[in-house]
Every structure is written in structure tokens, then in C-alpha cells.
Design a protein around this ligand. Structure first.
Ligand SMILES: *[C@@H]1O[C@H](CO)[C@@H](O)[C@H](O)[C@H]1NC(C)=O
Ligand SMILES: *[C@@H]1O[C@H](CO)[C@@H](O)[C@H](O)[C@H]1NC(C)=O
Length: 371
């Protein structure tokens, strides 16, 4: 108000001079133009809750990307589009809370990305509340599992998890279903994967070789988790049911190693991440991740499991720490490794942006950290 009083006062003083008057009009017009162009930043940034939130999606751009990937492979496009999976709880207005609280879940386990913590947490909660253990989907049983789902099996299972957890929602149609995942910096993840293997843990790639070679074999795990297919056909089974291949096709095989098309698929996956996952967590903020999962899915992840990072190494020696720092440096400086991890780095960057938006819209986060 004072600003306007001052403006009126100076207006009265200056009106005697036409030159000054012209300057004044110019200033007023510019001020309004400025206020207009910055209009939104003068409004409160944090919207009250998800019901009133509006996430601006670049729909037209999305349709174009979807069309491109549909031309490459309609099944792959369908899985990434995720028509049967619930979209992001915090960023999608208009879906009742109760829908998210009463849905089949599939946790997409990004290896060495905090999955064990989530797994242990789910076990703990299930034991406490007398619920069944989740069904785990990994490389060896994924094709068979998807086939059984398409044929109407798994009636009694409402929680799935595993490295092959993505796309399960599409196979469970018409059952309501939501995916969620927890990601981590892909270089840190690779270092962790390598040393886990070195010190005796299981791995899909041999680690008796330099870490760069290991990384070039393992590549962008998350991108491959989102884009592998088990080809399924209806009517080929003896009783007219579905049959699915036991071996999955990786994205490179689907597109015949055409890197332009891999880029298109990656673009589409980035763009669709809010549609793919009801919640995206990140390991670097595990407690907040648990808080968001609890709010969205109505499962007491945070109440039961905060401060419980399963694979945390409380007494790691200085030597081991240094070993990890050096290993990460080697990876980050290697151009081939950079290329091999680019897809996961991009997806992780996108996940971090989504994570921040989820926090902004989370009531739990606000009441716990922003008093
Ligand atoms: C949960 O959803 C199913 C349909 O998917 C419905 O039959 C059931 O009544 C719902 N339960 C609750 C408690 O809302
Ligand atoms: C790779 O894919 C793009 C886009 O679909 C296509 O235009 C191009 O001809 C393909 N390249 C080869 C070598 O097949």
C-alpha cells in the first residue's frame, strides 16, 4: 500500500511537467508488466494438498513421444504408458485417496538402491499385521509370473516386488495396481554393486575385473528394468489361455540396436515417470521416502522402519571408504562408462525432480519438517 501511496504522491508532484508525466506513465506500465510476467511467483508456492494441486504436463509432447514408441513396438509403448498403473499420488489430482490405499502394489527393486530396506520393512509390517509375504519376481520367474497373471492367477496376492516388478500392473489388468520404486545415484549404485560382489555377494556380472569393465557389462540397470518385454500371446496355451516367453527381450533387441530408437524410448520413459510410479523414492533421502510411501499407500513404512537402512555400513573402515571414492572417480572419468550409465543418470535426475515436487505436496513432510 505504501508503494501505491508514494506513487500517487509523486504522481501529483510530477504531473505539472509533461516530460516527468511521460516518465511516470512509462514506469507504471513497466511495473505492471513486471508484476504480470512474475505473477505466479508472488503467490504461495506450496499448494495446500494434492486434491487442489495441478501438475502441468506437456500433454502434446507426450502424445508425440508415445506415437513414436508405438511405431517402434506397441507393447513396449503400452508398458511405458502404464494405462493400468496408478499415476503419481502427489502430482495427479482427481483420484480419490482410497484408491491408492486399496490397490495391488508392485515394488520395482533397483538393485543396491535401498531395495533390501524396503523388503525388510514390508516383511516387518506384514508379520506385525498378519499379512502374506510379497511375491518376488526376478529374472528366472518373470515370464511365468506374467503368464499366470494374464490368466487370472495371483488372486490372493496384493504385493509384488523384485527386479522384474515393472510392468506387472499391465499384466494384472483389470485389477487396480500401482508401481513404486526407490532410486539412487547410478555411480554410487554401481560402486556398491561392484564391492557387494567383490566381498562375496551375488551379481549378474562377474566382478573379477576392473570396475569400469564391470560397469560396461551391467550398464543402465533401471532403464533396462523399465523396457524389457516378455512376449505373450493369447490362445496358444492348451486351454486357450495366455502363453509368455520365458526369456525377456531387452530394449536393444526390441529396436535391433538402432540407437535413435533407444533414445526415443528413453525420452518417453523420462516423460512418463509420473505416470509409471505412484511414488518415486530416492535412497539419499530414505526417511523422507518412507514418509511419502506411508502417506500415499497407507502402509506404515515410516512409523515402522525409519532409521533402518538395512545395508548401511556403520563401521566401514577408512580404507574401504577411500576404495569406494577412488572407484567412483574411475567410473565418472571414463567416457564409455558415462555413455553406458547415461540413461540411468537421466532417469535419476528426473526422479529427483519428481521427488522434490512430491515433498512440496506432501502433508506429512510439511507437518514433520516445516513447523
Ligand atoms: C477395495 O477395492 C476393491 C475393488 O478393487 C473393492 O471390491 C473393495 O470393496 C475395496 N475395499 C475397500 C476397503 O475399499
Ligand atoms: C533407426 O530408427 C529411425 C527412427 O525410427 C529410422 O528413421 C532409421 O532409419 C533407423 N536406422 C536404421 C539404420 O535402421
Amino acid at each position: 500500500m505504501e508503494l501505491y501511496a508514494n506513487l500517487v504522491e509523486s504522481f501529483c508532484r510530477r504531473i505539472h511537467s509533461t516530460t516527468n508525466f511521460a516518465i511516470l506513465i512509462f514506469t507504471v506500465v513497466c511495473t505492471f508488466a513486471f508484476l504480470n510476467s512474475h505473477g505466479n511467483s508472488f503467490l504461495p508456492q506450496n499448494l495446500p494438498n494434492r486434491k487442489t494441486s495441478r501438475f502441468i504436463n506437456n500433454a502434446e509432447n507426450g502424445f508425440e513421444k508415445q506415437r513414436e514408441v508405438t511405431e517402434i513396438d506397441p507393447e513396449l509403448a503400452k508398458i511405458i504408458h502404464g494405462g493400468n498403473s496408478l499415476p503419481n499420488y502427489f502430482l495427479t489430482p482427481g483420484i480419490e485417496d482410497s484408491v491408492f490405499k486399496n490397490t495391488t502394489l508392485s515394488f520395482v527393486h533397483y538393485p543396491k538402491g535401498g531395495g533390501t530396506t524396503i523388503k525388510d520393512c514390508v516383511s516387518k509390517i506384514n508379520q506385525k499385521y498378519g499379512k502374506a509375504e510379497p511375491f518376488t519376481v526376478f529374472a528366472k520367474n518373470a515370464g511365468e509370473t506374467k503368464e499366470k497373471m494374464l490368466n487370472g492367477g495371483f488372486d490372493d496376492v496384493d504385493f509384488f516386488m523384485g527386479t522384474y516388478g515393472f510392468s506387472l500392473c499391465e499384466h494384472l489388468k483389470p485389477r487396480r495396481c500401482a508401481h513404486f520404486t526407490v532410486l539412487r545415484d547410478p555411480y554410487d549404485r554401481m560402486v556398491s554393486h561392484y564391492f557387494f560382489c567383490k566381498y562375496g555377494g551375488g551379481s549378474n556380472a562377474p566382478c573379477n575385473q576392473p570396475i569400469e569393465e564391470f560397469a560396461l557389462l551391467v550398464r543402465s540397470i533401471f532403464f533396462h528394468q523399465l523396457t524389457c518385454l516378455h512376449k505373450c500371446q493369447k490362445g496358444t496355451a492348451p486351454e486357450g489361455g495366455w502363453m509368455c516367453d520365458r526369456e525377456q527381450l531387452e530394449v536393444e533387441q526390441i529396436v535391433n540396436y538402432n540407437f535413435t530408437e533407444i533414445e526415443m524410448v528413453l525420452n518417453y520413459a523420462e516423460q512418463q515417470m509420473e505416470e509409471m510410479f505412484a511414488v518415486v523414492g530416492i535412497l539419499e533421502e530414505l526417511d523422507t521416502t518412507l514418509l511419502l510411501l506411508q502417506e500415499a499407500l497407507g502402509i506404515p513404512f515410516h512409523d515402522e522402519c525409519q532409521n533402518s537402512h538395512s545395508n548401511a555400513r556403520p563401521k566401514e573402515s577408512e580404507e574401504r571408504k577411500e576404495e569406494r571414492i577412488q572407484a567412483k572417480k574411475l567410473l565418472m572419468e571414463n567416457k564409455d562408462v558415462q555413455r553406458a550409465l547415461e540413461a540411468d543418470v537421466r532417469l535419476y535426475q528426473r526422479a529427483k525432480k519428481i521427488f522434490e515436487k512430491q515433498k512440496e505436496r506432501s502433508l506429512n513432510f510439511k507437518s514433520l519438517y516445516k513447523k
